[in-house]
Design a binder for this molecule. Structure first.
Ligand code: SAH
Length: 346
């Protein structure tokens, strides 16, 4: 197995300045280098035409341009792109770019190869956990789509809703978010970067103490512990009586409301009684509920409820004064929707 190379987006501004000094170059050259990477959508060192050729040669000897290589890109009828990307060690991940409006996209990134949580309805954990992604591997998923989509497309949001549990890979996810937010980096507002968690309470607590005001989404899916233990096995360790107060603390510390994801599975968590239980559980929290009609995944025969049942569930939450939306599912035809991303070609 080769050693892990250093990738361009592993570098902080300070690292890049240090690298320039090590080449006997002025540190001020770091910013134009990083601008090529994050803002001008360079596809290789050769694209950086205003950097001297000798410097580009030194750079390419010291750092590897990108940590992800395209294996396959599929496009859905609705415009969603799904990319299968190869990593330096031969492993692979998937990421998606979902169109919103007027040429804007939300990029959905993976944070791990595989996932250890093991939610029975999600394809990402089907083959277990392999490893965490590094800072560069996270940033480069975004830059891959930025380059691929071209100059007219804007990436308006980044969501950690791909493969893996981002809060378990805390440091790399946070540092990647910082690079994606930094003015010298990708420059996207922290409010437009959302971390989605299956409910890893120590991670939520840590995130409350960060200065970066990232969005927090929690995959709830059930409002009672017995059912949630089945749907999101992490609940056996961090049950609702720990999770909800941690979310409340995040709201207070960040001043931002939390989003709760609730995927609806027919006959499992879609009754009106369960809607009322959900409203009651979240009664004192400043939050938003995002309902998702279950997407089909291999190895799980749970189905989405009918649209009448989904609408009735939503109406019950609204009647009880909860802010709720039904999330439109994108990319189902190419298996790019929630819970359908996988970590390899199996
Ligand atoms: N591990 C993190 C990040 C993954 S986000 C988390 O759990 O939040 C992916 C989202 O898709 C999660 O809310 C997940 O529960 C949801 N999901 C997984 N499988 C799904 C399916 N078959 N249908 C609908 N949503 C699903």
């Amino acid at each position: 197995m080769p050693n892990r190379p250093t990738f361009l987006t592993d570098l902080s501004l300070k690292d890049a300045e240090g690298l320039m000094r090590s080449f006997n170059e002025s540190a001020w050259r770091a910013k134009p280098l990083l601008a090529w990477v994050y803002q001008k959508r360079a596809g290789s060192f050769d694209d950086m035409t205003d950097l001297p050729k000798l410097l580009r040669e030194k750079l390419s000897a010291a750092v590897t341009f990108s940590s992800v290589a395209e294996l396959e890109v599929q496009e859905s009828r609705d415009g969603t792109l799904k990319a299968l990307l190869e990593l330096w060690d031969g492993r692979s991940i998937e990421a998606a770019a979902i169109p919103s409006f007027k040429g804007q996209y939300t990029v959905c990134v993976s944070s791990q190869v595989g996932c250890a949580i093991g939610c029975p309805f999600c394809a990402s954990g089907k083959y277990g956990y392999e490893r965490n992604l590094g800072i560069a591997e996270i940033c480069d998923q975004v830059l891959f789509f930025a380059e691929r989509l071209g100059g007219d497309a804007a990436i308006s949001n980044i969501v950690f809703m791909g493969i893996g549990e981002p809060l378990v890979n805390y440091l790399d996810v946070l540092l990647a978010s910082e690079r994606l937010n930094a003015p010298w980096g990708f420059g996207l507002g922290a409010r437009n970067i959302t971390i989605s968690t299956a409910g890893y309470v120590p991670g939520i607590e840590k995130l409350s103490k960060e200065k970066l005001q990232l969005g927090l989404a929690v995959s709830l899916h059930a409002a009672d512990n017995a059912l949630r233990n089945r749907l999101v096995p992490l609940n056996r360790k961090y049950s609702l009586d720990k999770l909800i107060p941690a979310c409340d603390a995040y709201v207070k510390a960040s001043g931002r409301r939390v989003t709760f994801e609730y995927a609806l599975f027919a006959g499992i968590n879609d009754s009106l009684e369960q809607a009322r239980q959900l409203a009651y559980l979240l009664r004192e929290l400043n939050c938003h509920i995002n309902l998702i009609a279950a997407n089909p995944t291999i190895g799980c025969d749970w189905q989405s409820p009918t649209s009448e049942i989904i609408e009735a569930f939503k109406a019950e939450l609204m009647r009880l004064n909860k802010a709720v939306t039904l999330r439109k599912s994108f990319g189902r035809d190419i298996k790019a929707a929630c819970g359908q991303l996988k970590n390899n070609r199996r």
